[in-house]
Design a protein around this ligand. Structure first.
Ligand SMILES: CC(=O)SCCNC(=O)CCNC(=O)[C@H](O)C(C)(C)COP(=O)(O)OP(=O)(O)OC[C@H]1O[C@@H](n2cnc3c(N)ncnc32)[C@H](O)[C@@H]1OP(=O)(O)O
Ligand SMILES: CC(C)C(=O)C(=O)O
Length: 592
């Protein structure tokens, strides 16, 4: 047994130490007995947990189909076209453009894409259909003249759907899939010309709830009809449809299918997660680790109920691991604005990578670490001789550089009552190039904290600057304080000592302040003593605010004025004058 320290012993002697046994949660009274746990897969030799994703999967955007079918107000042709053009611009090469047999809107949209030549040569459009002959015929008709097109056929295969929706046996369900595939091939043959490169995708809908051996049986029956082989791929898409299991169970199912499918080399194994449990992204990532070659989803997770898999999230997750997502997310706000316009739905502030607040910290310890992180990044990049925008990213609390998705650093730190000195110092440095010494950061943050405690809410960078100016840098528009430097200043050296003569206004009267010291600052301190002000300089710092001939400098002095310790700030093109102004700033503050 390890010996307890005296501090731990003292704590354990207290009457009510917190232990697991003393935390008493109450039964909820919720009817949880109505639900059964999701079955697991017996796959002890699973390999997916140790896989690492090192390249982007194939992507299919279904914004114009699964996304669109979930909208209160489905997209107008104009909105659909805007979404299509965005997806193309971002780099998606497989785009599900609709459900043409649903009605004129989708049918005509597909026609317009083809007839207006809106589909780049390297982009394959895809259309979804139920396995019903009239719908299949209409679906294939919509594709006439397309250069590259895929028909995607689905039917539900799970026990609940077999019993409740189709009221059929396993064989009936398998026949729907196989017959549907045959019909797609027949109509494609009849309707589409030789100039259409034609592809086929089949989805056993509700795959997640389908017995694995039956899902395999149906997929094999479909493949027997399609006959995949060299140069004749089949896409088998295994959707969660309604996400009901933890992502590891889905990954087991994908790995099991990947291992057991015949003709695997001609199968593009596709994943289509939904997000009912909020783990759609994890499901997709684990599915890719488990062998999926392709990921279907929508921008920002638009889609039925809680949505489809968020393509932006998965793509940016890859990016953040140093893997090229093969999709351009560099203007995330433009992508978001377009998606919001097309879907007529907002992307929430906390949405991964794209929300308004996802690169923003309000809290003190986060801001402190971020400020230190940015400072260190700059120093490290400089030392390595690498431009900071190419240097390996590593700033606390920021998983990626917001600039890589087109964001500025402005919103990285926002100040409210939860903020500390680091955040406030960051704003002054970022917006005004003022690099406050640490003790001055503490002093100024107390001033801002008093404001947030009194008024609540957020203090904007503009507010912070206004308070800073008012506190340390009286302006001609807002003059205050006993002393103001006015006209000229002369500095000579006699016997190795500086002799300073400065024109000033003291208590409203023109006054010349004369003093001698072993530097201009100490000469000015002595000049102030001449008008009865007792100042002792405790600390001093200065830095340039900009580069070049007309560069401004900032000086910071910590002084004891009549025994009161406080900081002053001066800004001037001349560093000596900046330091004298800083002394005046401290003296005036002491008497304010
Ligand atoms: C998981 C998914 O996202 S699947 C995609 C879902 N998307 C959509 O449905 C959007 C577009 N759909 C539509 O506009 C309409 O459903 C239409 C126009 C295609 C068809 O409409 P309707 O002919 O009225 O049929 P409805 O949609 O009600 O379909 C129900 C019938 O189709 C059968 N059915 C449903 N899915 C399938 C399928 N994949 N394959 C074959 N039959 C199917 C049902 O069993 C039912 O048959 P029953 O009437 O004999 O009981
Ligand atoms: C048609 C299929 C792929 C689908 O949308 C789903 O199962 O969610």
């Amino acid at each position: 047994m390890t010996e307890q320290s005296s501090v731990a012993r003292a704590f354990n002697d207290r009457p009510t130490p917190i232990t697991a046994a003393s935390v008493r949660q109450q039964p909820s009274g919720m009817p949880f007995h109505r639900y059964v746990p999701f079955g697991t897969v017996d796959l002890p030799d699973r390999t997916w947990p140790s896989q690492v994703i090192t390249k982007a999967p194939r992507w299919l955007s279904t914004d114009l189909r699964d996304g669109n079918q979930a909208l209160i107000d489905p997209m107008s042709p104009a909105r659909k076209r805007k979404m299509f053009d965005l997806l193309v611009k971002m780099g998606y090469k497989e785009i599900e453009v609709g459900f043409p047999s649903s009605g004129a809107t989708d049918f005509n949209f597909v026609r317009s894409l083809i007839e207006e030549g809106a589909i780049p040569e390297d982009v394959t459009i895809s259309v979804l259909t139920q396995a019903r002959e009239d719908l299949i015929e209409r679906t294939v008709e919509s594709l006439k003249g397309a250069a590259r097109a895929t028909v995607h056929l689905y039917n539900a295969t799970s026990p609940l759907f077999r019993r409740v929706v189709f009221k059929g046996s396993k064989d009936d369900i398998k026949a729907i899939a196989a017959d549907g595939t045959r019909l797609v091939m027949e109509y494609a043959d009849k309707i589409l010309g030789e100039d259409t490169v034609f592809g086929y995708e089949y989805s056993p809908e509700i795959f997640i709830d389908t017995e694995l051996d039956f899902a395999l049986e149906v997929c094999e029956a479909v493949m027997d009809v399609w006959q995949p082989g060299e140069g004749r791929e089949i896409i088998l898409n295994l959707p969660t449809t309604v996400e009901r299991s933890t992502p590891n169970v889905y990954a087991d199912k994908i790995e099991w299918m990947s291992r057991n499918l015949s003709r695997r080399e001609f199968v593009c194994l596709s994943t289509h997660p939904h997000n009912d449990r909020g783990t759609g992204v994890a499901s997709a990532e684990l599915a890719v680790m488990a062998g999926a070659d392709r990921v279907e989803g929508c921008l920002f997770g638009q889609g039925e109920r809680t949505g489809n898999l968020d393509l932006v999230n998965v793509g940016m997750n890859l990016f953040s691991q140093g893997v090229d997502p093969m999709i351009d997310f560099s203007d995330i706000d433009e992508i978001r604005r377009t998606a919001e316009y097309c879907n007529q739905m907002p992307v929430p502030e906390r949405h991964p990578y794209a929300g308004d607040l996802v690169y923003t910290s309000f809290s003190g310890s986060h801001q402190d670490a971020i400020k230190k992180g940015f400072d260190a990044l700059e120093v490290d990049a400089k030392a390595a001789g690498v431009p900071v925008e190419d240097y390996t990213w590593g700033v606390p609390y920021l998983p990626i550089d917001p600039k890589d998705v087109g964001r500025s650093y402005e919103a990285v730190i926002r100040v409210n009552s939860q903020s500390g000195k680091g955040g406030i110092a960051y704003v002054l440095k970022n917006d005004h190039k003022l690099d406050l010494p640490r003790r001055m950061q503490i002093e100024f943050s107390r001033i801002i904290q008093a404001k947030t405690d009194a008024e609540g809410g957020e203090v904007t960078p503009g507010d912070i600057w206004a308070v800073f100016q008012d506190e340390y840098l009286p302006t001609p528009e807002n003059p205050w304080g006993r002393i103001a430097l006015s006209g000229s200043r002369s500095l000579t050296t006699e016997d190795g000592r500086d002799v300073l003569s400065t024109e000033a206004v003291v208590d409203g009267r023109p006054t010349v302040l004369n003093g001698t010291g072993n530097g201009p600052v100490s000469a000015f301190v002595n000049a102030l003593a001449g008008i009865g002000v007792d100042v002792r300089v405790l600390d001093y710092a200065e830095h340039a605010l900009s580069e070049g001939g007309d560069a401004q400098a900032a000086a910071y002095v910590e002084c004891a004025v009549e025994g009161k310790v406080l900081w002053g700030v001066g800004i001037d093109a001349n560093t000596v004058l900046a330091s004298l102004k800083a002394l005046v700033s401290a003296v005036n503050r002491s008497q304010r």
